[in-house]
Design a protein around this ligand. Sequence first.
Ligand code: ADE
Ligand code: ZN
Length: 351
Amino acid sequence: MNTPYNLDQFIRDLPKAELHVHIEGTLEPELLCALARRNRLTLRYATVEELRQAYHFHDLQSFLDIYYEGVQVLLHEQDFFDLTWAYLERAAQQHVRHAEIFFDPQAHTDRGVPFDTVINGIRRALEEAVPRFGISSRLIMCFLRHLSADAAMQTLEASLRFKDWIVAVGLDSSELNHPPEKFVKVFERARAEGYLTVAHAGEEGPPNYIWQALNLLNVSRIDHGVRCIEDPALVQRLVRERIPLTVCPLSNVKLCVFKSLEDHNLKKLLDLGLCVTVNSDDPAYFGGYITENLLASQKALGLTRHDIYTLTKNAFEVSFLRPDEKQCLIAELDRFMTGEAVRHSPLEGAR
Ligand code: ADE
Ligand code: ZN
């Protein structure tokens, strides 16, 4: 009996966790233009379509230039609420049950937008999403690594009033020539204040930046990390200590880290025994949210149903949720898997 087995539908329906999404990177062109209008700002693009046409990148920096231009439409608390709410609506449609969300306070405070305005808007949306969508969340505050360590320290200090709302600090923006070691003191202080730590490393930067993030910043997870594969001793360490990589396949192709999705090393990383998760990074710019990342990766790399399950279970396991919260979501995932197996068994298919 040949039951039609719809892997696409399985991916769409699966309960998911997202661990690597920049809230500013979820700013869709339509909302960007609407906020520009609401805030009486003039864009250098006449239409939404024209703006979308500008989304062609040849590396991380060419993307960041457009990304930092885009965030300039975010001025008021309501703008940050609307941005976050729009992401949560999409996430809910994709059965995201838990989201760990980066925000870049310096991209706003450097333009004169107060830290409070940013975090209050984001936080209000995250709180409302719990009863409305059943989505839990955690916030991760990133330091822009192209700015100074002193500026990062000032941002850390500004965040302390909101310590209870932020689970971890991270490191993002231009990776090359801004190694993790630049931020050792800031991360030490952050850990002393009770924050967990993560860092973008090994996206464009060399494996050595991943070593630094582990050894000097004591990170719990590496964001991206795909270049670890160039260093077998590093792979061994990541496997042995089960240090997760939050991989973002569509992002890596858009930013030319890999020539095509077929060339992506996601499947190799999985097969090497690394704890990998799939994430969307900046979905408004890279052509898809978590489901599209999983769908496209499955097709390009021939991921199996078991691979997809592993990627999803990894994300729940290495999230910053409490153990009881993780258990609850993993139980939901496993109930879904059992239901799926029944729905697609030959007997069920014969009915
Ligand atoms: N900020 C937003 N997206 C980023 C990425 N993919 N890498 C580094 N910094 C970022
Ligand atoms: Zn990122």
